[in-house]
Design a protein around this ligand. Structure first.
Ligand SMILES: [Zn+2]
Length: 228
């Protein structure tokens, strides 16, 4: 499982939020985690994959844990740590308790493993975070679909995303108000990145136009999700 965050409760207990490939998001308690002599503490840093032993009760208890992947390449780099922490925080908000999400779990491990060992520019990190978020939303069934205009049903060459309507329109049907334009090239690339079997960090576009279009669309889509 993957450690998202940990907080201190009374009596030096730790409350740990994790993502599990089998059980989705979980909140676990760990006795004595914040005592100086705790053996668990070093293994339960945020942004770490661990093997853990859980005692199931009303409040599941993490009784033992061994870290398997610590992503030290990320933790030793401030920009990477910021990008990874922000991404994981967002994913954990969306990741439902009790639900296995095999594709997104694999995406998360793939992304962090790549970030841990390769150098990426800030825009590549941003774009990878966006694609990962969209892929999770897609697996959960609430990412928008980009083939056809939601008004007239015609196939889309280029798309006009409307934040207030939460969907894609063709040029003729685009509504008043805030609309993000996605060129044909951007739209095709976006669909491909969101739908492909695996997260492909090597395929991320480097064009600044595509990055700008996708980032504007992503932020608008986040606003839309907040509305509903
Ligand atoms: Zn239309």
């Amino acid at each position: 499982m993957f450690i998202v965050k940990r907080t201190q409760e009374k009596d030096c207990r730790g409350k740990i939020t994790v993502l599990s490939p089998q059980r989705g998001r979980l909140v676990l308690m760990a006795k004595g985690l914040f005592k100086p002599q705790s053996k668990l503490s070093g293994h339960l840093e945020p942004l770490t994959v661990v093997d853990g032993l859980i005692v199931w009760s009303q409040q599941p208890l993490l009784s033992a844990a061994v870290s398997r992947q610590s992503f030290l390449g990320i933790k030793n780099d401030l920009a990477l740590t910021v990008a990874a922490t922000e991404l994981v925080r967002r994913l954990a908000e969306w990741w439902p308790p009790g639900q296995p999400l095999p594709r997104s779990w694999l995406d998360l491990i793939t992304l962090l493993t790549q970030w841990n060992s390769h150098h990426y520019s800030w825009s590549q990190l941003t774009l990878a975070s966006q694609i990962m978020s969209w892929r999770l939303a897609h697996e959960l069934g609430y990412a928008p679909v980009g083939h056809t205009c939601i008004h007239c049903g015609r196939p889309l060459a280029a798309a006009f995303w409307s934040e207030s309507q939460g969907g894609f329109f063709c040029e003729a049907c685009q509504p008043e108000g805030l609309v993000c334009h996605l060129s044909h090239h951007t739209l095709v690339m976006w669909e491909d990145l969101v739908r492909s079997e695996r997260l492909e960090l090597t395929k991320l576009p480097s064009s600044s136009t595509i990055l700008e279009e996708l980032t504007a669309f992503f932020n608008s889509w986040l606003n839309f999700l907040d509305l509903c």
